[in-house]
Write a protein that binds this ligand. Sequence first.
Ligand SMILES: Cc1cc2nc3c(=O)[nH]c(=O)nc-3n(C[C@H](O)[C@H](O)[C@H](O)COP(=O)(O)O)c2cc1C
Length: 355
Amino acid sequence: MSFESELFTPYELADTKLANRLVMSPMGRRRAADDGTPTELMAEYYRQRAGAGLLITESTHPCPEARSQPNSPYLCTPAQVAGWERVTSAVHEAGGRIFVQLMHAGLAAHPDVNGGHQPMGPSAVRPQETTKLGDQVVEHPETRAMSESDIRRAVDAHVSSAVSAVAAGFDGVELHAGNGFLLHQFLAAGTNHRTDAYGGSPAANCRLAIEVAAAVANAIGPERVGIKISPGFSITRIAEGELTETYGHLLNSPEITALAYCHTSGFSDSAVLDLVASNWGGTWLHNAGVDPVDDSARVRQRLAEPLERGADLVSAGRTFIANPDLVTRLAEDRTLAIPDPATFYAGGSNGYTDY
Ligand SMILES: Cc1cc2nc3c(=O)[nH]c(=O)nc-3n(C[C@H](O)[C@H](O)[C@H](O)COP(=O)(O)O)c2cc1C
């Protein structure tokens, strides 16, 4: 069977049966209510895309201080659980499977959108001078280093949000340890200047991600937990040292190898990709970063490349925005629609549920 045909074959992701190997990559679309409660419109958006083998939701915050952008969703309060329950029911009724991505922004959080909490992370580093909040460019505030009790609360927040995720009907959770957010900030030497148990060596830098993974897996079962990493890539430009040592340690830690999958994306460092390919024995989900073009055959070919490299599943982001029925379109060689970046983060149903 060719790798392109393999895209359309079923896959058993631990306890979750996937109809095909195309995963919708997590994408923040900022359509939640101001207080972070998921809306009816979001249920419709995810329902439309239920033909993916697995949907991974946009970044969703486990506690108030974790938020970096307006109208991104939370998964904490009973109202938020009820809102997400509408989403998971809609997806399940349409035959799909859905994991929620849990993301704590750490140093990249902003008090204007998180209830006034000062951003905190491994060390008091300002990841950037300014931040774009919605349409506005604002100054990024001073940050502070997390105490041991801050760290405990962050671990506990991931656990209680994961337990809420199961209550809301999610098939599992993806822990966001990439893109320059909290867990990645601990992994990266550029933002982690600690010399205690949580920083100062590749093993110590991995400690928080490992503790969160272990605690969440203990609460809801490792078969329901995935982790996303983006070695060498960060939207806040944090510098990473010792990539191979750090990620080698992470990917070989028993708490991480017990998880349902590892999702990799967004890095050009081929040595790190080789490291993942040779170190990770579990389910490997890779995002190749395929530019949306209308040529179905070309997109299918690019999406199949990670399978050839050893991945089990591949994720697509922007192409799914404009093509809710992407799997069918690719299988039937139909022309693909091109997404409009102007509506990625705004526009209500426009550019969201009207493709
Ligand atoms: C609008 C938008 C929002 C995104 N939000 C997230 C996010 O919340 N979490 C995440 O891990 N990645 C996020 N990403 C990255 C995507 O998951 C994906 O890795 C990236 O778009 C490259 O894949 P693609 O070329 O198929 O679009 C986002 C990307 C886009 C375009």
